[in-house]
Design a protein around this ligand. Structure first.
Ligand code: GLN
Length: 188
């Protein structure tokens, strides 16, 4: 079973992307909703809000435990990716899960650049259309973190075991390949 963290952000778009693959995802709003999940998608939105709510509802703690025991795969997009990271540059107090061995920089492509689209080359998948909205980038990656795509020399898609994180929004395209790739990572 796949869940989508539905506290804030574009979780509906992720559900829709999964529906296109014939999968009905479960909305995760409380700790108990994590029961039985093999995979969880954390959407884009506002990482401070997602982080605050996930902490308040003890979802953060429970996700960390399940990832630690290896039973849960994660896919974070944009704000979701920020939430996964170990360090958020300049925001040491921002609540986060901290399981992805990476420093993430919020608004890495310039605060004034609200959004842009760029064709990326994704390792193993080929060309992929990247939709970037106040996008972060990954820096200082841990040894176990593999870079799957870069933009302007900055990593924008990374993988660490069963954790996938993208600075862009695959859920805002009609292209199902990254969601499918994630489900395969999760063993689904
Ligand atoms: N800049 C936002 C943040 O820091 C993320 C933007 C997004 O998810 N599209 O939370």
């Amino acid at each position: 079973m796949v869940g989508v963290l539905a506290l804030q952000g574009d979780f509906r778009e992720h559900k829709e992307a999964l529906r296109r693959l014939g999968i009905e995802a479960k909305e995760v709003r409380k700790r108990e909703h994590l029961e039985g999940l093999k995979a969880l998608i954390v959407p884009g939105g506002e990482s401070t809000t997602i982080g605050k709510l996930a902490r308040e509802y003890s979802i953060e703690e429970e996700v960390r435990r399940r990832v630690g025991e290896g039973s849960l795969a994660l896919f974070g997009t944009c704000a979701g990716a920020i939430w996964l990271a170990k360090e958020i540059v300049g925001y040491p107090e921002q609540p986060r899960l901290g399981v992805l061995e990476a420093w993430v920089e919020r608004n890495a492509f310039g605060r004034q650049v609200e959004s842009f689209e760029e064709d990326l080359e994704v390792r193993g998948l080929g060309p992929f259309h990247g939709v970037f909205i106040r996008a972060p980038a990954f820096r200082k990656l841990g040894e176990g973190v593999e870079v799957l795509a870069e933009l302007n020399g900055l990593p924008v898609l990374v993988r660490q075991g069963k954790i996938l994180a993208s600075a862009f929004h695959p859920e805002l395209t009609q292209d199902p390949r990254l969601h499918r790739y994630f489900l395969e990572l999760a063993g689904l």
